[in-house]
Design a protein around this ligand. Sequence first.
Ligand SMILES: NC(=O)c1ccc[n+]([C@@H]2O[C@H](COP(=O)([O-])OP(=O)(O)OC[C@H]3O[C@@H](n4cnc5c(N)ncnc54)[C@H](OP(=O)(O)O)[C@@H]3O)[C@@H](O)[C@H]2O)c1
Length: 341
Amino acid sequence: MNDIVNRRICFAQRPSGQPTADVFAIAVNEVALPSDGQILCRNLLVSVDPYLRLKMHDRESYTPPLEIGKQIPGGTIAQVVSSRHDDWKAGDLVAIPGGWQNYAVVPGKSATRVDTERAPLEAWLGPLGMTGYTAYAGLLSMGHPKAGETIIVSAAAGAVGSLAGQIGKALGCRVVGIAGSDTKCKTVVETFGFDACIDYRSSTFEDDLRAASPDGYDIYFDNVGGQISFSVQKQMKLFGRIIVCGLISQYSGQNDLDPKSLDEYMRWILVRRLAIRGFIVSDLARNHPEFHETVAGWLKNGQVRLETTLYYGFDQIIPAFLAMLEGRNTGKSIIRIAEAA
Ligand SMILES: NC(=O)c1ccc[n+]([C@@H]2O[C@H](COP(=O)([O-])OP(=O)(O)OC[C@H]3O[C@@H](n4cnc5c(N)ncnc54)[C@H](OP(=O)(O)O)[C@@H]3O)[C@@H](O)[C@H]2O)c1
């Protein structure tokens, strides 16, 4: 022990429906010193991500359920306090699986270097982090976009969606977004440079989808699932590709589809000869060694923007997570809990 007091956010109870703050509890402990191969880090920036809602269910998924009482995991940008790993020394800035806490002891091999000369700290949780890689590798490895094709992206104002669309544009595609309000749609077009954006809450949603690309869509980068995706599926071109990145509209146990719609869903797969492929970002970890250089270049020349919903202070981690699930964010949701020394 080294007298450093650590505040941690733990999982207190499984929510039913949309989570609230009482799903979490705060615990305090003394930070352990790192063992051989480990580093002790101070978290500076904390990421909140939708997959955590999936982990709150006690059921099989691609990621094991959270256990009651256990620390909430998550990506962080951190500064090394002390190191027992040859690659790292005190003061280094790193991206780590640091979790919702002030300090983390992690294997040195789980850390990646953060280069603030290349891009600001926040970018390493956004375009240059897991979020950016999900958009980049998901679109390229699963969608195989070609210049001139039309891509439609759901949750287009959010972290992954806004990047998937901007990457599509950088590759020479036409890109249409779907988002939850007029204001978000305006941001998607004016800030993220999409060609059009459709409000899924509008009563004319299906007509608007058709009007935005009368010939249909080649690729659907799906972040939401449910009724929105069912509507998009019918607008796909022959041999269209659907990339299932996430199903956030279903994570809290909602089901907005009529049970009969599965038959309809299957029918449209056949009618349009669609390829539908799910992926998890870790599946694609080795596919794109060029990722950092390419996206850092796009950030520099303005083809990709660093857009964040920023919060300040440890106490804002839980509110930021709940706000993101409710759509009260644009771009990547990040909480700054400390400054670099
Ligand atoms: N496959 C992978 O490896 C991988 C990795 C990372 C993320 N993901 C997935 O990617 C998706 C986006 O994640 P993110 O981190 O970028 O989050 P995000 O888009 O920044 O935030 C979530 C957004 O989801 C939208 N949303 C929430 N409830 C909705 C509903 N019922 N219907 C439609 N939209 C809803 C909200 O936007 P609106 O205001 O527009 O509703 C909200 O802003 C999630 O499904 C996530 O699980 C997958």
